[in-house]
Design a protein around this ligand. Structure first.
Ligand code: UDP
Length: 477
């Protein structure tokens, strides 16, 4: 019997990395009915995500004939928590342990899979584990980086680490300074990924992310003849930028989407918010979420809720635990019920099923921090956006939304990095209001929704690229 392709999908334990990795794992299973897929993330995230019965070796999930396994690796952390949130100050220490212990543990995992007759034929790894490529190469196994940000951001990092770093370094404090990088439009320094403008100093609390990206591009340079990079985007989104990363074999395979219920790091609120949406008219609700990591300062939270209330529109707002607690404290101090007073028109949840929410006909706009997953999910669902970008790739993503695809607008901070209520209200009207400009944004969003469906459908660009990747893995065994 011919050997079966076996993909080992490895991911860093952040929700924004886990979700696209798990979705890709499932797409690989579907694209190659004989393939084996192993999904692996550090043990703490693994325990948070998967039920007892799904964990560990041997047992696959229902309906996959044992082709799918969930196996954790060690990041050296004993405690049951994942990076981010309130322990961000410890991030650099975590990364040191993650790299050293992760490399060792993933090596053992690859060897153990081979020893039990499931040799890995392709390692697929997300952004922050460059050593995965070395682990694979040392064992003669090809690997592919899974880039979970736009091609434009891949191109920026590529050129930063290949001869164009000094121009960015020399102007990193001048956010309006314009840099020219090969194959990209002129870009303001403020639109570049924050890790190359704000985290290059070893004293920065996120410096280890900068060094990890540096290691990643070093490891890609060591691939022969060329590194393979799968990108969670579709060709139609970034047609002209693809040439800027000609050094790699780039395969656009996205946007990857959940298939049914999806395991994640956070527990969803009960489904009352879906029932609430069911009672609202089409395109009437503003959905607000700043992703899995953002905790807003008190001032920002006040401005946000004030702006939403003042808009007079209905809204569903995700507030992470600390922000929700802040709101409850505020209401208690005022002697009122949280949602009966400040939140006349809205509903607050701690975590929802975002793709289900964005797919609901009542949702007419997404106020988002422009994390790449959120942007992709919104475009896929045809929901116009108000971008409120903060860090990492978010400003570049917001630029794509506003200037390239014209499916939303970007809200600008006042000085001090606070989005004011009036600005939010104005921007929400720009995509939800009655004017011709707003109608045009909505039409464009609907057109992109159709284009994405075509890219993902049989014979579409992303479908073809994923098939090519799978066939490549098969022929390479
Ligand atoms: N998400 C969710 N429920 C929420 C808020 C977010 O399921 O209440 C998901 C969202 O669908 C996306 C991910 O969390 O897949 C966030 O990823 P993104 O890249 O947008 O932002 P990050 O959290 O990495 O900053």
């Amino acid at each position: 019997m011919a050997p079966r392709p076996h993909f080992l999908v490895l991911t860093f334990p952040l929700q924004g990395h886990i979700a696209p990795a798990l979705r890709l794992a499932r797409r690989l299973l579907a694209a190659a009915p004989d393939a084996l897929v192993t999904f692996s993330t550090p043990a703490a995230a693994h325990r948070l995500m998967f039920e007892e019965g799904q964990r560990g070796g041997g047992g696959g999930e229902d309906g996959d004939d044992g082709r799918f396994e969930l196996l954790p690796f060690s990041d050296g952390t004993e405690i049951d928590r994942v990076p981010g949130g309130d322990h961000v100050a410890e991030f650099n220490g975590y990364m040191a342990s993650f790299h050293a212990e992760g490399r060792r543990s993933v090596g053992e995992l690859v060897d153990a899979l081979a020893a039990r007759g499931r040799p890995v034929s392709r390692v697929v790894y997300t952004l922050l584990l460059p050593w995965a490529a070395d682990v694979a190469r040392d064992r003669g196994v090809p690997s592919a980086l899974y880039w979970i940000q736009p091609v434009a951001v891949l191109a920026i990092y590529y050129h930063y680490f290949h001869g164009h770093g000094s121009v960015v370094d020399d102007h990193c404090c001048d956010k309006s300074f314009v840099v020219e990088l090969p194959g990209l439009p002129p870009l303001a320094v403020g639109d570049l990924p924050s890790f190359i403008t704000d985290a290059t100093d070893p004293s920065d609390y996120l410096h280890s992310i900068f060094t990890t990206f540096r290691d990643l591009f070093d490891t890609l340079d060591r691939e022969t003849p060329r590194a393979t990079v799968l990108v969670n985007t579709c060709q139609e989104f970034e047609e002209t930028t693809l040439a800027a990363v000609g050094a790699y074999d780039v395969l656009t395979i996205g946007p990857v989407l959940p298939s049914g219920d999806e395991a994640g790091l956070f527990k969803q609120d009960d489904a009352k918010y879906m029932e609430w949406l069911d009672t609202k008219p089409a395109n009437s609700v503003v959905y607000v979420s700043f992703g899995s990591l953002t905790v807003m300062a008190r001032e920002q939270l006040d401005e946000l809720l004030h702006g939403l209330e003042a808009s007079g529109r209905l809204y569903l707002c995700v507030l992470r635990k600390d922000n929700k607690a802040m709101l409850a404290d505020q209401a208690a101090a005022a002697g009122t019920e949280m949602d009966a007073s400040a939140l006349r028109n809205g509903m607050v949840v701690e975590w929802c099923d975002q793709v289900r929410v964005l797919s609901h006909s009542a949702v007419g706009c997404f106020v988002t921090h422009c994390g790449w997953n959120s942007v992709l999910e919104s475009v896929t669902c045809g929901v116009p956006m108000v971008g409120v970008p903060r860090m990492s790739d978010q400003r570049m993503n917001a630029r794509l939304v506003e200037r390239d695809w014209r499916v939303g607008v970007r809200a600008e901070d006042s000085g001090g990095g606070v989005l004011r209520a009036a600005e939010l209200q104005r921007r929400v009207e720009e995509v939800m209001g009655e004017g011709e400009a707003a109608a045009e944004v909505r039409r464009t969003a609907a057109a992109w929704k159709r284009a994405v469906a075509e890219a993902l459908g049989r014979g579409g660009s992303s479908d073809r690229n994923l098939t090519a990747f799978v066939e490549g893995a098969r022929s390479g065994i």
